[in-house]
Design a protein around this ligand. Structure first.
Ligand SMILES: [Zn+2]
Ligand SMILES: [Zn+2]
Length: 401
């Protein structure tokens, strides 16, 4: 039995900051969160936060790649590279995310993620809580940087086998596709967070989807419908879109890519003011160019994914058209707080407890709470990642800079 104790920092709790915090862990769990020095066991190993912040580890429900690899490469090496690269940015739990790909490519990805999850140790980096089955069920014309030629409507014989892998925890489908209703009901029955994305669906289609268990929309404002895009598809009278539906329905959650490149500061702030920190998640939606030099990379499978260019700030599918982010979750938290003007405890909640709640894993992770896993990130006063602890163990592979 070994005790770990974090001192000399401000703890970031879901609803407030706790200065001069004392956080005690025993083995892989948190046992105390408060300010009483008397709770520090004599034998505890002390970790000095040096006046910075003690944050819960980040939870990312939308990750494609990092460190040069994409989870759709489908190998153990690729998945581990992605997990390690995001762990260095404070992400302790992740949902590797499929892009549009062939049936074989998706099965290879599911198998690799399952094996990396089942053989996890601290060297693996971020823990895998489940896979986000994201592509291939996207609406044509809303595929963004994904390869449209392999995007398709959901077929039960195909997707039932994906769910049988037992690792799918989040499931996306565009609501207007034929077969979407059955897909949503199946994903809901399997306990997934059910989401609508890369879609041009109308209010009525969203309402029908909601009845079938859909509760979340991927990357708000990106590859989703608005009143004028629905008008182009369905004519007049103008109808509500995904945007109005998410803002009007308090049960619906969504996510923003808070890298400062996809959305302007007022949109980040607006999303938080409209949905609140309990219904808005921060995601990286990061591709393989995280921590890689600017250059050309493949989005999705290394063998045949579509090309994009990273300029070191963001990915570009073509000039003026974005191809997901190249930043880790620490950057998203900093941007949401400093540029979006969102209180720090809210920015961190949206990157930890909220995604854990929406995916049903908040009993185990997502906040600095006694009884939860000791997934703890030390941040400097300027919110740079200093140390990452997962299940009470310290990650040794840190950022080079
Ligand atoms: Zn997307
Ligand atoms: Zn994505």
């Amino acid at each position: 039995m070994s005790h770990l104790c974090f001192l000399n920092g401000t703890a970031i709790l879901p609803d407030r900051l706790l200065p001069d915090a004392v956080i005690v862990c025993r083995d892989e769990r948190i046992t105390y969160v408060g300010t009483a020095r008397s709770r520090v066991p004599a034998s505890a190993k002390i970790i000095d936060a040096k006046g910075g912040y003690i944050s819960p580890g980040f939870v990312d429900i939308h990750i494609h790649g990092g460190g040069g690899a994409d989870v759709m490469d489908g190998s153990l090496d690729a998945v581990r590279t992605v997990s390690q690269s995001h762990a260095r940015h404070g992400t302790t739990t992740m949902f590797p995310t499929t892009s549009t790909g062939t049936d074989n490519q998706i099965h290879a990805m599911l198998a690799a993620c399952s094996e990396v999850r089942d053989t996890w140790n601290i060297q693996s980096g971020s823990k895998i809580a489940g896979v986000h089955l994201y592509g291939p069920y996207f609406a044509k014309g809303k595929t963004g940087c994904h390869d449209e030629s392999v995007c398709r409507a959901p077929e039960a014989t195909e997707y039932r086998r994906y769910f049988e892998s037992g690792i799918v925890g989040i499931a996306t489908c565009a609501a207007e596709l034929p077969g979407a209703a059955a897909f949503y009901r199946h994903a809901n029955k399997r306990g997934c967070l059910v989401t609508c994305g890369h879609s041009n669906s109308s209010w009525d289609e969203m309402e029908a989807a909601f009845k079938n268990g859909m509760r979340h929309v991927d990357h708000f404002w990106c590859a989703m419908s608005n009143v004028s895009s629905v008008r182009k598809r369905l004519g007049v009278p103008m109808q509500g879109s995904m945007l109005e539906y998410v803002l009007a329905n308090p049960e619906m959650s969504t996510e923003v890519i808070a890298d400062g490149m996809h959305l302007a500061p007022e949109l980040l702030s607006f999303a938080w003011r409209m949905k609140g920190s309990e219904r808005l998640c921060l995601v990286t939606d990061c591709n393989r160019a995280l921590d890689m030099p600017p250059g050309k990379y493949r989005f999705g499978p290394e063998a045949d994914g579509s090309w994009f260019t990273s300029d070191g700030q963001v990915g570009w599918a073509s000039p003026g058209s974005l191809a997901s982010s190249v930043m880790g979750m620490d950057h998203m938290v900093r941007t949401m707080h400093k540029v979006g003007n969102v209180p720090l405890q809210d920015a961190v909640r949206m990157a930890s407890l909220t995604p854990a709640e929406r995916t049903g894993i908040d009993q185990q992770i997502g906040s600095l709470t006694a009884g939860k896993q000791a997934d703890i990130v030390l941040l400097s006063k300027t919110l740079k990642v200093k140390q990452v602890h997962i299940n009470g163990e310290r990650l040794q592979i840190m950022l080079r800079k």
